[in-house]
Design a protein around this ligand. Sequence first.
Ligand code: NDP
Ligand SMILES: Nc1nc(O)c(N)c(N[C@@H]2O[C@H](COP(=O)(O)O)[C@@H](O)[C@H]2O)n1
Length: 220
Amino acid sequence: MHVVVNAATSADGKLSSRRREQIAISGEKDFARVDRLRADSDAVVVGVGTVLADDPSLTVKDEQLCERRREQGDPEQPARIVVDSTGRTPTDAAIVDDAASTYVCLSEAAPVDRRMDLADRAELVTAGEDRVDLLRAFAALEAAGLERIMVEGGGELIFSLFEAGLVDELRVFVGPTVIGGRDAPTLADGDGFVAEFPTLTLESLERVDDGALLIWRADG
Ligand SMILES: NC(=O)C1=CN([C@@H]2O[C@H](COP(=O)(O)OP(=O)(O)OC[C@H]3O[C@@H](n4cnc5c(N)ncnc54)[C@H](OP(=O)(O)O)[C@@H]3O)[C@@H](O)[C@H]2O)C=CC1
Ligand SMILES: Nc1nc(O)c(N)c(N[C@@H]2O[C@H](COP(=O)(O)O)[C@@H](O)[C@H]2O)n1
């Protein structure tokens, strides 16, 4: 399995504002790059915080990219994956619509009624007691044939993926804006590291739109 985390931050490292509403940080070229990265992936992952904040579809928007996937024998759309310990994903969320297949990764703490509601719309993967055990969940997803994984956020999930040692690559578009706010989500939130910080090797740095795209390889 190869896991690429992709996100857009403001110049001060925020994913969105303290209101936790979706903000277009990327410009046109960067959104097109994100669409190509989705098209090159078997699955696109977000945490339930992003589902509740943004109601994302996570689909490939360019019809030619969908056509290319079909020609390669892939499903027209990559699968969507939500990491959601207790099954808070609404049943009318775009991520569980018919546009693509969806996996919801739950923990044992997810109530039966939430499981039953979501099971009509998604494949359920259970790993972990109170919180999703990402190592086990990702192993189950790999066993289901999902190899090329793109993670789109948010900051809580990205931190946990680094903590679990699951990140192979980090691609960050840094946009020309300042959002600020101590409570605004950043690229990696969670508890934060105090020692043994994950380190990265810079693979490339490119001007895109009015910002910069940085591609990092995770060491270790
Ligand atoms: N600019 C960008 O590129 C992007 C911006 N965003 C923004 O980020 C914000 C959402 O980010 P955030 O609030 O951090 O939410 P996340 O999308 O990271 O989801 C976090 C939630 O996932 C669930 N979860 C389950 N298991 C785990 C685990 N092992 N580790 C971590 N989380 C787990 C938790 O909820 P539970 O305990 O209920 O399971 C947790 O609260 C929004 O404002 C959104 O707009 C999001 C994506 C990209
Ligand atoms: N790459 C990127 N740049 C931004 O500026 C963004 N705000 C995001 N957000 C992510 O895209 C998801 C929305 O996807 P759909 O348009 O619904 O397909 C959103 O939930 C974030 O994960 N990404």
